[in-house]
Design a protein around this ligand. Sequence first.
Ligand code: GAP
Length: 507
Amino acid sequence: MLDEMEKLVSLCKRRGFIFPSSEVYGGINGFWDYGPLGVELKRNIKDAWWADNVRSRDDMVGLDCSIIMNPRVWEASGHVGGFSDPMVDCRATKERYRADQMYVFAYVFPRTNQKGEPTEAWLAGLGGGPEEAAEAVEKRAAKLAKKFGEPTDPPAVIPYLQVSAEDREKVIGPATDERGTLTEPRSFNLMFKTFVGALESESNVAYLRPETAQGIFANFKNVVDTGRVKLPFGIAQIGKSFRNEINPRNFTFRSREFEQMEIEFFCRPDESQEWYAYWRNARFRWYVDHGLQSDRLRLRDHEPEELAFYSKATADIEYAFPFGTSELEGIAHRGDYDLKQHIQHSGKDLSYFDEERKERFVPHVVEPSAGADRATLAFLCEAYIEDEVGGESRTVLKFHPRLAPVKAAVFPLVKRDGMPEKAEAIYRELKRRFNVFYDEKGAIGRRYRRQDEAGTPFCITVDSQTLTDGTVTFRDRDTCRQWRVPGEGAARALDDLLQGGSVPEAS
Ligand code: GAP
């Protein structure tokens, strides 16, 4: 399975979807750059989200807030006090781990050690869950089995945080062979700190926002005062967020700088459950409609014990990535928690007056919170397919046409007989409306393959028949079918296809 991820990471680099940040200097862990194709893909995802959730609705407005805010925002939101992960250091290797992602596998082997004592090994493995962590310890356990015999029972698997302080001395860290090199777990705040102004003093400390949501709450009154909105309504924002993750991993999945697409939907308390159900389903459908159609997508309701104390319900939209099933988006019923926190900390009245019912109250909030980079990664994973066409294998990214970075490529079959001129004229015409690409280099089959790998849904070729009857060849990425279209009708035909028009039979 990991092989699949390696192939995707390599394609992303080779074709210009995603590069490691500052790679010429050796990169920097947890930061990524989007290349020429990647920036188009991610922008199309954000544009589709904005068009569907903001522009096409009467009950949603947008915001674009600053990344650095008054630090009191983060005191009110609870991030200064509580936005932390438990961290463990290894004294031997200087590695740092997330204690909540570490699992201990306690083996008892049949043979004794040199001193005749029973052989126990408490091996620590890292992962999103025990299965993934098990993969990490498997090799080490196999080595020990050679020496001390196969362990008779499956190992006891214990989350590291549940291992008693005394037993932690027995644990062998993920990258050592020694016992007792791991420190006690400590809380590590994930917010990036900086200073505002010339003085690097405590009173000038500020934070890079760890979520876009708080900018929305802090502007709730401003938006209501514009007079453009009436309950129920939502405020949406797309923007960068920053978290100093202890263990950034799985390509862009857990990064230190990432983009969120968040909605805070404000409503009457007595209508909040209905709105929660609405957003939970609407957001799931959105991914399905854009191509995550397989059984890799699922909606998981949180168990009551998983909920934050103020939340009435939360659901995660999860996707089965090659490295495991993980969250793409969370939909949370947050009650009136956030607005009340800001009322308390700012001393400002953030309640809402319902003109019709003549009632004043603090609205309840439903929050669909998505990650643009995780969505991009899921669409890439879903689109990646290796298949065979005419006995030749190819790699193809089967993106939904709305998300595909390039909508069509235009080729002259050969570089003579006036074909390049005709193809370029069609390209120029299409470029006024679509993101298209012109290519005249190499054999036509190779050019098709290159577009398949870029996820371009259609190719348009000017060939010898174009010179006699003015028609061009259209070629569909997914079926490889080809058919002819009048050159002057190419833009309309492409538009139809991109809108979901069906691909004609081959001609
Ligand atoms: N305002 C609620 C909030 O921020 P969250 O579950 O912490 O909730 C929401 O984050 C979404 O942001 C996640 O579902 C994920 O898509 C994205 N996200 C969070 N941390 C991320 C990280 N380190 N790297 C990439 N995306 C991340």
